[in-house]
Design a protein around this ligand. Structure first.
Ligand code: AMP
Length: 314
């Protein structure tokens, strides 16, 4: 595995990791020595969110080792305009985008660009509340100007993260797990009485601290598969070779049980850590504990055996 030096202390606690390539930053993947070691190990890289938040899309596309999934689609994940285009192409219901602070008329969530993991997000309901939130972020050096912000309609309901795996070998979409995030401090607000909430000058934040397991009511599941398949089809059309491997659709179910997708991750997500021993959904498909990691490894083995490795890596 490739690990940042600051994480080595953690990873060295686990006996199953056989070789670690230490880097100061993931940019070193492009350096000669790292490239040589990866080539020698015959490595296939499995990209994660930290890689995408650290490296530019241009540099990710320069990675020489095979990347599991579609490395070209990671640019579409990192760029808000491309991201929306792909979700629209898939026919997903998405939150309205508000292009100017002067057009804020309903409750909106204001986001930073890139995979920020919810850090620095705030709510705005008019121009003044937007400017106040932006002012606080500028003061904290989190952004340079209001232009660094992206305004989206806030969807009332409960956030849900759908973890899929698509196999181009079998042409089958599997739902392997569902989670919700546990975000600080928005998920802790219920612990503060309303009187103290009203008196607090600070904006609540949406910083991800962990993930909680979830199962959906069964009547919603059919649509979960349909939107996943529409997404895979749209990826194939817009970003060849499509969406082999793990991906996640992230959205909110409203009070009518309608799903609005506000994000996607075109790669493995942290919420899959919940299901190292399988999930209630993977258990319906496999007679053994099927984690996302094991599913990836299995796909590589099957593809290799059938001489179709080119279908699962880019
Ligand atoms: P993200 O980093 O985009 O996955 O969003 C972080 C968190 O912000 C999510 O887990 C949700 O709690 C919340 N969120 C993001 N977008 C919306 C939206 N359009 N409506 C409601 N909540 C949202």
């Amino acid at each position: 595995m490739v690990s940042e030096k600051k994480r080595l202390g953690l990873y060295n606690r686990f006996p199953f990791i056989d070789e670690i390539i230490e880097v100061n930053s993931f940019y070193e993947i492009l350096d000669d020595s790292c490239r040589r070691r990866l080539r020698k190990a015959n490595a296939i890289l499995v990209p994660h969110g930290t890689l995408i938040s650290q490296m530019s899309s241009d540099d990710i596309e320069k990675i020489e080792s095979p990347v599991f999934g579609n490395k070209w689609i990671l640019r579409w994940e990192a760029n808000r305009e491309l991201k929306e285009k792909l979700m629209r192409e898939a026919g997903l219901k998405t939150p309205a985008v508000v292009s100017s602070k002067y057009d804020i008329r309903t409750l909106c969530i204001v986001k930073l660009h890139g995979a920020a993991g919810g850090r620095g997000y705030f709510l705005a309901w008019n121009r003044a509340s937007f400017e106040e939130g932006a002012r606080q972020l500028i003061q904290q050096n989190a952004i340079k100007s209001e232009d660094d912000l992206y305004i989206q309609e806030f969807i009332r309901g409960v956030p849900v993260y759908l973890q899929y795996f698509y196999s181009p070998i079998t042409n089958n979409l599997e739902l392997l797990g569902i989670d919700r995030r546990y975000e600080s401090d928005i998920d802790g607000l219920g612990r503060i009485p309303a009187k103290q909430q009203l008196g607090s000058p600070e904006e609540p934040s949406y910083n991800v601290i962990g993930n909680l397991p979830l199962v959906l009511r069964e009547s919603l599941l059919d649509e979960v598969y349909r939107i996943g398949e529409s997404f895979v089809d749209a990826c194939r059309r817009l970003v060849p070779p499509g969406m082999p491997g793990p991906f996640c659709l992230e959205g909110v179910y409203d009070r009518e049980g309608r799903f609005t997708t506000f994000e996607f991750s075109a790669r493995i997500v942290a919420g899959t850590n919940l299901y190292l021993d399988g999930s209630p959904y993977s258990g319906l498909l496999y007679d053994e504990p099927m984690s996302m990691g094991r599913r990836i490894a299995r796909e590589i083995k099957i593809a290799k055996r059938k001489g179709k490795l080119g279908k699962v890596v880019t």
